[in-house]
Design a protein around this ligand. Structure first.
Ligand code: PLP
Length: 410
C-alpha cells in the first residue's frame, strides 16, 4: 500500500469518526438510563423453546402466534417455490418483479379477508408507509389513534397531511375531532391499529367506521396483531366485527401469526389498481421473494382448512393470564393473547426480565419507555399455539418465584 495515501486516509477516517463522536455519547446516555437493552441472538428456529447462548430458553416473546414460522408444511412450500422461481424476484413489481405466485397470493389474501382485492408488500411497515401517502397529502387531515404503531406514524409523516391525534379507544374524542375539522379541508382519513401490540386491547372498529361514514372520512385499520388471532379461522379484526364490507382499507402483515414475511393492503379493486401506479414500495423496491410468498400462501391455506391452531392459541392465552392473575400479577386489560405483566418501575422490570433469563431460562423481554409511556414498564408475554400447558406452568411458577423475591407480588 502507498504509505502516503494510507496516511491521509487514516487522517480522513479520524476526522469522520470525530464527527460521529456524538453517537458514542448518546449510547453512554442510553446505558446510564437503563435503556440500552442488549439484543439476544437466537441459535435455533422459532419454537416454544429456543437456543440462546447455547442454552434452551422458554420463548415467551415471539409473535409467531400459531407456530407457522417453523411449520414443516410451510417450510416445504417455501422450498418448492425457491426451486421453481429462485431466491430473488430480480426487479420491482412494476417492471419485471411480478411473479405468478404474487398474483395467486393477492387473490388468496382478498378471499381470506372477504375483500374485493389485495396488494402484497415486502413488509407491514412498507405497506403502511407506502399506502398512507397515496391516500392523503398536504391538504388533507389524518385522524390517528394515540397508540398507533410507528409505521402508521411514519406513513402519516411521509404524506405531509395534517395529523390530529385522538385519545386511545375514545370514540367521543374521535367524533369531536372529526366534527371540529375545518369544513374546507381536503380528504379525511381515520386510522387505527386493530389490536394494540403493547396492551392487547382492541379498537372499537364498528364505531370508527360509523364515525368515518358520518363525516365523509376514509377508514383504515392495521390488523397486524389480529391476523391469525381474531375472527373465524383467524381472518382478523374485520371478520371479528363483521365489517369487511364497510372498512375502506384493511392493512396487515405476514410476519406475525402468518409466520413469514411481507405485508398487504386490501380494499376495492380501484384502490389496489391505483396503489399499483402510485405506491412507492411497489414502484421503487424489489418484490417480495417467491419463497416468502409461497410460505404465506401455505399458511393461509392451513388457516382456511383448520382452525385448531387458533383455538389452541386462545386456550393457552386464557390459561397463562389466569395463572399469572392467581399468582398476583396485573396483566392489564388485554382482550387478546398479548399478555402484559405490568410492573411500572423500569429498573424493576429490567431486573425481573434479567433474572427470569439467567435463573429460570425464561426469555421474556422487558418493554420500557419510549415504547410504552414512562412509569408503565412491563414484560409482554406472547403465548403461542406451540406452548404446552407444562411450558406455561413453568413460565407462571418462574414469574411467581422471582416476582415475590423482587416484591412485585406478595
Ligand atoms: C409489526 C407491525 C407492523 C409491521 O409489520 P412488519 O411486517 O413486521 O413490517 C405494522 N403495524 C403493526 C401494528 C405491527 O404490530
Amino acid at each position: 500500500m502507498d504509505y502516503k495515501n494510507y496516511n491521509s486516509m487514516a487522517k480522513y477516517l479520524s476526522m469522520v469518526s470525530k464527527g460521529l463522536n456524538w453517537v458514542s455519547r448518546e449510547i453512554e446516555e442510553l446505558k446510564s438510563s437503563g435503556r440500552f437493552i442488549p439484543i439476544k441472538i437466537l441459535q435455533s428456529s422459532q419454537g416454544a423453546w429456543v437456543k440462546i447462548d447455547g442454552k434452551d430458553m422458554l420463548n415467551m416473546c415471539s409473535n409467531n402466534y400459531l407456530g407457522l414460522a417453523n411449520d414443516p408444511r410451510v417450510k416445504k412450500a417455501a422450498i418448492d417455490a425457491i426451486e421453481e422461481y429462485g431466491v430473488g424476484a430480480g426487479a420491482v413489481r412494476s417492471i419485471a418483479g411480478t411473479e405468478e405466485i404474487h398474483i395467486k397470493l393477492e387473490e388468496k389474501v382478498a378471499k381470506f379477508k372477504h375483500m374485493e382485492s389485495a396488494l402484497v408488500y415486502q413488509g407491514g411497515l412498507l405497506a403502511n408507509t407506502g399506502t398512507i401517502p397515496v391516500l392523503v397529502g398536504k391538504e388533507d387531515v389524518v385522524f390517528s389513534e394515540e397508540l398507533n404503531h410507528a409505521s402508521i406514524i411514519d406513513g402519516v409523516r411521509l404524506s405531509s397531511a395534517q395529523r390530529v391525534v385522538y385519545k386511545h379507544l375514545d370514540m367521543n374524542d374521535l367524533e369531536k375531532k372529526l366534527r371540529e375539522a375545518p369544513k374546507n379541508s381536503g380528504k379525511k382519513l381515520v386510522i387505527s391499529d386493530g389490536v394494540f401490540s403493547m396492551d392487547g386491547d382492541i379498537t372499537p372498529l364498528p364505531e370508527i367506521i360509523e364515525n368515518s361514514e358520518k363525516y365523509g372520512a376514509m377508514s383504515y385499520v392495521d390488523d397486524a396483531h389480529g391476523e391469525g388471532v381474531l375472527g373465524d379461522h383467524g381472518r382478523g379484526i374485520c371478520d371479528y366485527f363483521n365489517v369487511s364490507d364497510r372498512i375502506d382499507i384493511e392493512m396487515g402483515t405476514f410476519s406475525k401469526a402468518i409466520g413469514s414475511m411481507g405485508g398487504f393492503v386490501a380494499g376495492s379493486s380501484d384502490l389496489i389498481e391505483y396503489l399499483k401506479r402510485k405506491s412507492r414500495p411497489f414502484l421503487f423496491s424489489s418484490a417480495l421473494n417467491a419463497g416468502d410468498a409461497a410460505a404465506v400462501l401455505k399458511s393461509i391455506e392451513i388457516l382456511e382448512s383448520d382452525d385448531s391452531l387458533v383455538r389452541k392459541l386462545w386456550d393457552n392465552s386464557d390459561y397463562l393470564k389466569r395463572g399469572l392473575n392467581e399468582a398476583g400479577f396485573n396483566t392489564g386489560h388485554s382482550k387478546t393473547p398479548i399478555t402484559p405483566v405490568m410492573v411500572g418501575d423500569e429498573k424493576k422490570t429490567l431486573e425481573l426480565s434479567d433474572r427470569l433469563f439467567r435463573e429460570k431460562n425464561v426469555f421474556a423481554s422487558p418493554i420500557v419507555y419510549p415504547t410504552v409511556p414512562s412509569g408503565t414498564a412491563r414484560i409482554r408475554l406472547m403465548p403461542s399455539a406451540l406452548h404446552s400447558k407444562k411450558d406455561l406452568d413453568y413460565a407462571i411458577s418462574s414469574f411467581s418465584d422471582i416476582g415475590k423475591r423482587l416484591g412485585i407480588t406478595k
